[in-house]
Design a protein around this ligand. Structure first.
Ligand code: PLP
Length: 345
């Protein structure tokens, strides 16, 4: 079998949720948008619910409807994109809580689903989603009469603790919400780590659950083992892969493994990235292809059946650095071709 195996450690996932929960005195929700950051929202959601998470956030109502089918009634499922045209049946039937982003969404919600729960999303400076201060000032009294279940906003720079944007957004959020008798939420993973002033009533970690920065003490959740299809010896002067970008300077042994950029292993990470045979790092040689990668295994006495791209030797954040991106993009880019194997949970 040439299919690579993406192992997902649900015990590490729930340990990360508990560790982030232990950093606050308030409720810890779980963000499982984008298919649980690429790891599989059904299994991730069920494991977190069993671990005690009672509130989940997704980006789209469609994601919320699918999650409701997995979790059954009970856990609160909130939708960041709010109440869009066409969402009403999903929100109503699947008991979703839209985070209302505008006066238009507010009108749509109270007209289509009067009395049904909703939250409010405010823009405290990121200029992405949520009501602006002036819009909120105009709507606030009417909205409060409808008893929102949560008021939230999102930090733009929480992964940089010293950034002046953090206290600025905190001030803006407080100015818009102080004195209102509604639970509040400002912190994602980065905000949890900024300290109690940012915690309010509900925190919304995502990336930290999945084992990546900025939660530096996170337990690693993913491991990726890629089968070796073929091994060959090359002479000095021979090249490997498309474009002849690597030339052997001495006799070398090359293993061809069965994954590539179609599986989220971006070409740009090739030059800095290794695969591990136990604890021996084996460098990528030549360009990463769509489905194949050349790896130099000259140093190995014996080439194992699989080489490891993600694991103890090289985590999500290292791959992100090698690709000039962030762990979020590595995780959500992991392709659909892997055999996803779940452990624990
Ligand atoms: C994605 C997202 C989160 C989770 O953020 P992490 O940095 O992954 O913890 C929380 N809130 C909102 C609004 C988001 O879009």
């Amino acid at each position: 079998m040439a299919q690579a195996t993406l192992s997902i450690d649900l015990d590490a996932l729930t340990a990360n949720w508990r560790a982030l929960d232990a950093k606050t005195a308030t409720e810890t929700a779980a963000v499982v948008k984008a298919d649980g950051y690429g790891l599989g929202a059904p299994r991730v959601g069920r494991a977190l619910a069993r671990a005690g998470a009672r509130r989940f956030f997704v980006a789209l109502a469609e994601e919320g409807a699918a999650l409701r089918a997995e979790l059954g009634p009970g856990p609160e499922i909130s939708v960041f994109s709010g109440h869009m045209p066409g969402d009403t049946d999903m929100i109503g039937d699947c008991d979703l809580v839209p985070m209302i982003n505008s006066i238009d969404q507010m009108l749509r919600h109270v007209e289509a689903l009067p009395g049904r729960p909703f939250g409010i999303q405010l823009d405290s400076g990121m200029n992405r989603l949520g009501m602006e201060p002036a819009e909120w000032a105009a709507l606030r009294d009417i909205a409060m009469e409808q008893n929102p279940t949560l008021i939230m906003s999102h930090l733009a720079c929480a992964d940089e603790p010293e950034h002046g944007m953090n206290p600025q957004q905190l001030r803006a959020f407080r100015e818009m919400t102080d004195g209102l008798d509604v639970p509040r939420s400002l912190a994602a993973t980065g905000g949890v780590l900024l300290g109690p002033a940012y915690h309010f009533d509900v925190t919304r970690p995502g990336i930290g659950l999945y084992g990546a920065r900025p939660f530096l003490n996170a337990a690693p959740v993913v491991q990726l083992d890629i089968p070796v299809i073929q091994i060959r010896d090359v002479e000095p002067g021979e090249t490997v892969g498309y474009g002849n970008t690597w030339t052997a300077e001495r006799p070398a042994r090359i293993a061809t493994v069965a994954a590539g950029y179609a599986d989220g292993i971006h070409r740009i990470m090739g030059p800095k990235t290794v695969l591990f045979a136990e604890d021996v790092p084996c460098p990528i040689r030549g360009r990463i292809s769509m489905d194949l990668i050349g790896v130099e295994v000259t140093e190995l006495a014996e080439v194992p059946e699989t080489l490891q791209l993600l694991g103890p030797g090289q985590g999500v954040d290292v791959l992100a650095d090698n690709a000039g991106t962030i762990g979020y993009e590595i995780l959500t880019g992991l392709g659909q071709r892997y055999h996803r194997r779940y452990r624990g949970g």
